[in-house]
Design a protein around this ligand. Sequence first.
Ligand SMILES: Cc1ncc(COP(=O)(O)O)c(C=O)c1O
Length: 377
Amino acid sequence: MSNIQMVDLKSQYLKIKTQIDREVLDTISSTKYINGPKVHEFSSNLSKYLGCKHVIPCANGTDALQIALMSCNLKPGDEVICPSFTYVATAEVVALLGLKPVMADVDENTFNMCVEHIEPLITSKTKAIVPVHLFGQSTNMEEILILAKKHDLFVIEDNAQAIGSNYKFSNGEIKKTGTIGHIGTTSFFPSKNLGCYGDGGAMFTNDDNLAEKMKMIANHGQNKRYYHKVTGCNSRLDSIQAAILNVKLKYLDQYNSNREKMAKTYDIGFGDVEHLSIPFRSPNSTHVFHQYTLKTSTDYRDKLIKYLTEKEIPAMIYYPVPLYRQEAFSSYVPENFSLDNIEKLCNSVFSLPIHSEKENSQQEKIIEAVRSFFNSI
Ligand SMILES: Cc1ncc(COP(=O)(O)O)c(C=O)c1O
């Protein structure tokens, strides 16, 4: 049995090696390294896949969030509500732009921010909401859209962890996550469900004006060469990464369904274990399992991770510290600020290996180890 890793990128690459290697070599010999045809091809393929009018590629998922916010004409001091149980990038870009990140709690089961967490935080300065579809499952977007419309707020979906996930509205309409709000953003970091072999990201929108603005901002604020309309940045997806993503996009649904199969096997393996909660499935979203995240008590969790590490089984805590407790955000919250659900989650969650290349013997070993730990307490 090979070493168990959180994500098995090597096996995934070997299965598509011939196509990837050919695409990469073709791109190198084309010499169209920046904004070449591969980038346009990928953006058009992803746009078809998502059913979204505009896909604007950029350098990474953090830039995607930053550019999305920059396109909304916000003023310094404007408030942006985001969950405090997420990867730092979500709130970091808000602060970086001189805006105020307003830290919201999340639901204990879905790990996502809901209207009941957002609504009490809305003030006259609130201009945008950034829901994060954490670990691969959609936030309740229908309710968020209604709330946003009522208060005239931008909705920017941070879809870095949920690409390919489907959200179902109460009227039966289905949309891909990231295409529901005004703008959606994603990351193509290698371990993401759709990952490249370096850094990459993209913004999605159905709004022509926002698309135009984001394209311009990502390109030094120019829409005509050497004529700079606004202050922008330099954020590009390079052609080699686009060529790789073009190949991998064809497999995204397969990758996501492999992750879901692995998740189901874990669910069966852990469903009857006392002191352990398997991931909750939202009725209105499919789950693409960027992470398979369970809950237990803090004491058990720390001992379990030690026990697994001794058996060479990796387990990670996403996320051990709420954003509001990070030094970087201390000026945005009062001293001793705390949110009940996030406090509980940071003390109880842990994630097990999940990826597109399930190897039965490895997964059996993980399940057996976790079960034997809980049987012994
Ligand atoms: C929820 C979320 N948002 C944003 C990002 C940032 O993406 P990148 O690392 O490509 O900048 C990540 C990446 O881990 C993420 O998980």
